[in-house]
Design a protein around this ligand. Sequence first.
Ligand code: BGC
Length: 822
Amino acid sequence: MAFSRVAGWESGMVFIISVLERASGRRLAGTNGALQNVVNTLIRLAVVTCLLICCKAAPAQESASGGVRGSSSSRASLSDPATEQKIEALLRKMTLEEKVGQLAQYSAGQPTGPGSGPTGFDDMLVKGEIGALYNLTSVHQINVYQRIAVEKSRLHIPLVYGLDVIHGYRTEFPIPLGLAATWDPEIVQRAARVAAREASSVGIRWAFSPMVDIARDARWGRMAEGAGEDPFLGAEMAQAFVRGYQGEHLNAPDSIAACLKHYVGYGAAEAGRDYNSVEISEHTLREFYLVPFHAGVEAGSATIMTAFNSLNGVPASANAFTIRQVLRKEWGFRGIVDSDWTSIAELIPHGIANDPAAAARRAFLAGVEMDMVSNFYHLHMAELVRSGQVPEKMLDDAVRDILRVKFALGLFEHPYVDEKLEAATMLQPESVTLSRTAAERSFVLLKNSPAGNGRPLLPLPGDSKSVALIGPLADDAAVMLGSWSAQGRPEDVVTLRAALVQKLGSESVHYAKGSEVIGGTDELLTAAVSEAQNADVTILALGENAAEMTGEAASRAHLGLPGRQEQLLEAITGTGKPVILVLFSGRPLTLPWAFEHVSSVLAAWFPGVQAGPALVRTIFGDSNPTGKLPVTWPRAVGQEPLYYNALNTGRPAGKVDLTKPPFDVASKYVSRYIDEQNSPQFPFGHGLSYTSFRYGTPQASAGKLSAASLNGGMHVANRPANGELTVSADITNTSDRAGEETAQLYIRLEGTSTAQPIRALKGFQHVKLAAGETKRVTFQIGPNAFAIWDDQNKYVVEPARVKIWISPDSVQGTETTLEITK
Ligand code: BGC
């Protein structure tokens, strides 16, 4: 767990150093500065040496993740005193209209929502009426507009250009849900770095990413764009994206500002229908939904985007509680609060403003600083300030935040881009290789049961002579790019068909489309069945159409395979020949028939430009699957929202056999369905590999902890700090091939003032094991892992009974218990 552990030591080191320095400073007050410096240096050296020795003594920690890795440098970019002086100097020169101009943001290219705001920006730019543009990808045009802003406007304030860089710019990586399935923050950070390098080479310095919405309902199409259902994993992914985009320093020319979105609660849309209303108690908001946002703010994200949805009756884009109270006051966020696309105008249909001026006023007073597309700030803000309905001081603060990000990005010094950079930056071989590795690590082997010959079908032998490749997604390059692929191009994609032919030769691969994603013909189906009948094995590539069925405005009420694909699946499986099902999707799909009848199923999400090579390497065993589900996989739509970290209820089903309808009082009056099990098809954290592992019983370093001492050790709300407890377990590779496992640490607290989840993820580690090898994994658990939001919405550790598991997913494992006393 190297990441959290090392980060823990780093922050601990800074803390210890500063305490010692303060102490030595007091003791040495009155001595000269040189002596003081020498003493401080010695203290630093001693502490560093001591900590290096301590770190070396903990080798088992070396490949894990799960703690605070906030990028202080990113955060520091937004708190530089010299910049503040420049901001004040500029602010003093600005007219009211020029200040309002900084709040305006327009789409200048391919629209990504309804309506468009004004067009013909030249004149507005000269007058200083625009702060930001987005959806432009022509570097030439980007420089043209920038030149007008910088050279022709009175105060020469540069624009900042944004784009939805979601999982790559030109080199497309797996969709964010797939990236989350890697459980590998390091690879996500590296992927975001590639995206930053590519996007910045055309002048885009702001990614509207990461989407860190907790998504518990697979009907919601935007589940594809985020890290799934868990706050801990979501926080890890949020920080990885921010670090990757923003790099060491925001003002490096290849760094881009991150944007945490959609603040907040958007993923909890009622009935999974996009843009729908949201009700979340403050407790649940703090315990789950706010966590990844907070983590992203800690990592230094320069911007945040408010959501479309109403939250407990107040639209998120006019919600003073979430923006002013939580984000600004509690978390100290210093960057830009942007609206979503026309989310200020949408306050009118929401029913909390009756005209554009009222909408502008409500959003702004709540803390939304930049107006994406609505054009309401541009039209009404100056008058709102003049009439005293909006205090000018508040406007000044918003302008400060916007200028701060522009200064931090170095745009005042370097507003233009070298137009030759683009060609040299895109699709670099190392970026493409990274994309392939990320794709391989994103695949989740859902099922690999023994087939007819008594052995699992996967991996296939490398010398397979006759493979049927069937399905509408076997050779569809565009779908591999996912729903939101910036400048990703189908011609950059290597499909499964192309890669399979390259591996086996065209004479061994028998391809048939079988059906369209939606629609198809009897002829297509018949031809596919005959190919399957003649081949030794069939690889079936089925799933969703990324652009239409996943992402924004793509909620589904039915989560099966669309079109005639289910029919195709049953017909091919009906041949009796072995079938491997590769599922491409932006969400779990409810396919009970497939999971019962097909022995090997791989969830591939939408893997990006290297879809084919990554899949072929996995199918033939050159890559051993390591992905784990970042979301619970339901059996039926009616179970949604379904998530592992739920509460127990007062009538848990316990040992009742839920495969049968209720037949007596004991089996009836429990929390259950009468026609479906409660359990998912596959639990959160599930993922098989070609290697098998055995987990030993976890052992804790203490049987009792004190709440008082844990409370004293907490520094930052909701994030693990320094360790108080270690929990270890042996993991054995019980197979004859090397493999990698993601060991997961879960906790349950009982006896607390608010009910806590039946399990909550608090850490994970990647462990590589040779055939037959055993390794001990050790987790350091800090006070924050035990802290909860109590019945007064205070963040504290309470006395509790604690259950702890180290397990391969969110349901298996043996528990160990301990107690938190007063
Ligand atoms: C989406 C955002 C996106 C924005 C700009 C909106 O429709 O909700 O996620 O960043 O458009 O394209």
